[in-house]
Design a protein. Structure first.
Length: 401
């Protein structure tokens, strides 16, 4: 929970809210996948307006009982709650989030006379923080110690300790560089000051890493990922964030990329993925595998793998010339032939496909079984609740065998 601070007026109270905790309470909003919008009319831009952020901050404060009930009553009775003291408070907190580097504001709204931005986007710092949270949520308090894993800044296979050091990051094992840590604390204390070692003073020994694994995470973002009363896409995004954090803390020499597939497929960065919404409608598995394979074929790592999270059978392919052929009923002979041709290309190039299925569709099960046999990978029938744990454990198993 937030620090229990209550305010009788809005002047200055935003300074009493811990921003890391605020981001934790905003996690579901920041990773919104479109589940709460009209499922039959997905809007990829939904949830990124500045006013959406203000509403989410207000909801987080109310849920945490962090504001005087008088402010809430005043806001609820007002014609425009943003002109109340609560509105001023959430604006202050939004400004603090920007100043701390969690969000970046876009262009001014309307004609610009209001002086307020119209849009916001997540920064690398916010994505990193969300990755910390996702890893702990999926793996529990011992998130930095996945079974069978070794930390990247400790001697081991493919890792050599060097004489250099770097600031400590959350998730690192504390291979402490005592000399640099003490020097940092002395510099911060200044001449004649009392030396106190704080978190920002910690330095750990750097490592020289050799890339031992190359992974592309393929995430289905077709329409079905938010249909049928369940949000399957947001857990998929959390898996991506957690996997990126795991690699950053334990396998820093590894290669990791992200591919979204729907009517077509595209590579996205982690900050882009965090803000993505579901859509369009179909499942072009072949295009996703093709793109992932091209990314991996340039890598020389000992292990090259595709991790695919999906809830549906292939229903689309990209024809020569770029036109998308679709058959929503699945088991289309041309779609299956094209998709399995891409699977066969992966097998020839030594790329394994491990698949995590979020639905029990017989056609999906049959397709994945055949794909798994072709590449020597593994397949798991899982759910949105536990897909993250399955993915991270399987990644760690293959990474350390």
């Amino acid at each position: 929970m937030f620090r229990q601070v209550r305010y009788s007026q809005y002047e200055g109270p935003a300074d009493g809210v811990d921003l890391d905790e605020l981001v934790r309470h905003l996690q579901d909003f920041l990773l919104e996948s479109g589940f709460n919008n009209d499922p039959w009319d997905p809007d990829p831009e939904a949830g990124r307006d500045f006013e959406d952020l203000l509403v989410a901050i207000a909801a987080a404060l109310a849920a945490g009982e962090l504001v005087d009930p008088e402010l809430l009553s005043e806001a609820m009775d007002a014609d425009d709650w943003l002109k109340t003291r609560l509105g001023e408070l959430v604006r202050q907190l939004a400004q603090r989030l920007q100043e701390a580097g969690y969000v970046r504001f876009g262009q001014l709204g309307g004609d610009g006379s209001s002086g307020e931005p119209s849009r916001f986007e997540l920064t690398a710092r916010a994505v990193n923080q969300l990755g910390h949270m996702a890893l702990r949520e999926i793996m529990g308090p011992g998130a930095g110690r996945i079974m069978g894993a070794h930390r990247a800044n400790r001697p081991g296979s493919g890792v050599e300790v060097s004489s250099s050091s770097r600031p400590y990051s959350f998730g690192d094992s504390l291979s402490l560089d005592a000399h640099e840590t003490l020097r940092s604390a002395v510099r911060r204390a200044g001449p004649g000051g009392q030396v106190r070692i704080g978190h920002d003073d910690l330095y750990v020994h750097e490592s020289e890493l050799h890339t031992n694994a190359a992974t592309v995470l393929m995430l289905d973002c077709s329409h079905s990922m938010i249909l049928y009363g369940e949000d399957r896409f947001t857990p998929g995004k959390k898996v991506a964030l957690a996997l990126a954090r795991l690699i950053a803390s334990q396998y820093r020499g590894d290669y990791l990329r992200f591919v979204l597939f729907h009517d077509s497929a595209e590579e996205v960065t982690l900050p882009q993925l965090a803000g993505m919404q579901v859509g369009p409608f179909h499942t072009n598995t072949a295009e996703g595998i093709s793109l992932a394979r091209r990314l991996l074929q340039r890598q020389t790592a000992g292990t090259r793998q595709i991790i695919m999270i999906t809830d549906g059978k292939p229903t689309a392919i990209t024809l020569p010339g770029g036109r998308i052929y679709k058959n929503a009923y699945g088991q289309d002979a041309m779609v299956l032939k094209t998709t399995l041709a891409e699977v066969a290309a992966c097998r020839r190039q030594g790329i394994t496909i491990n698949t995590f299925m979020l639905a029990r569709d017989p056609a999906l099960l049959a397709f994945v079984r055949r794909m798994t046999e072709m590449t020597g990978g593994r397949s798991y029938l899982t759910s949105a609740d536990n897909v993250g744990q399955f993915v991270l454990q399987e990644f760690s198993r293959r990474r350390n065998r």
